[in-house]
Write a protein that binds this ligand. Sequence first.
Ligand code: MG
Length: 315
Amino acid sequence: MAERETRGLGEPASKGGAKKKSSAKTPARKAQFAKKTIALIYDFDGTLSPRPMQEYAFLPQIGIDPAEFWAESNRMAKEHKADPLITYMHLLYKKAKEANVRIDREDLVAQGRQVELFEGVLDWFREIEDYVKLRAESHGISLRHYLISSGLTEIVEGTPIYDCFHNVFASEYWFDAYDLPYPKRVITDTGKTQYLFRINKGVEDLGETINEHMDEDSRPIPFSNMIYFGDGDTDVPSMAVTRKNGGHAIAVYPPGGRRKKCVDLFNAGRIDFFAPADYRRGSDLFRRTCLLIDRILASIRVEEEMWKVARSVKG
Ligand SMILES: [Mg+2]
């Protein structure tokens, strides 16, 4: 996990903004309406990048066909009733060892440079920030991008978009304690939802427990300020949690590819919108994201006004 600085819009970016301990935990008796951070949260594989991130360098480096690898990994998990994510993380290094290829942390980071991103992804983060800046009539709106991925933190670190994220929650290895690298953190489909609550409660330090009760009023990023981006079944728990709590979700499919999964998600009420994974300004994805942002900005203004009225009648 890596903490990035807060990107304040209309305010200078505050360094180390992720450590919001005081604002996250003090009750709502502040001089300023505090719920003005919008969070865009992304899945990685299939959402920002066309294929699973291990397919760009890791698997070719050890000479393994990706389709065969995933088939074997899923078969093993099923057969041994093992968690599929732990199984793939283990199998990846077992295969590397069998092929006599040593891949350390630095190698994984270097592999990140070979990961392909969907068209427009490189500029998306800045463009969306520009849009929010343009539309945010209320001062102090800030925008954050988060990544929650079952893929590997180390590979994400090597991609050119790593610095665009306020925080990256992804699976990760221990490298030195064992003969083979050993999973340090595994982010499963349902496990992803824990990180949504961490963003919601402002408890992003993974050393702190997330299970303590926190009043809705004290939570710095309400779900209604969130948009979750994903590409399929593995995102269903995150989409469901986000939407059930008043937030938003968008599904993407490969441009020119099949959209059936997205249509199913849409018909099942899991998502607000779906669109091809084309992140360029003016695309359907860009336009629909901006529509949701407009709605979020409008409700922030309403909430802020209500908050002011409530304070003025308190006596
Ligand atoms: Mg995915």
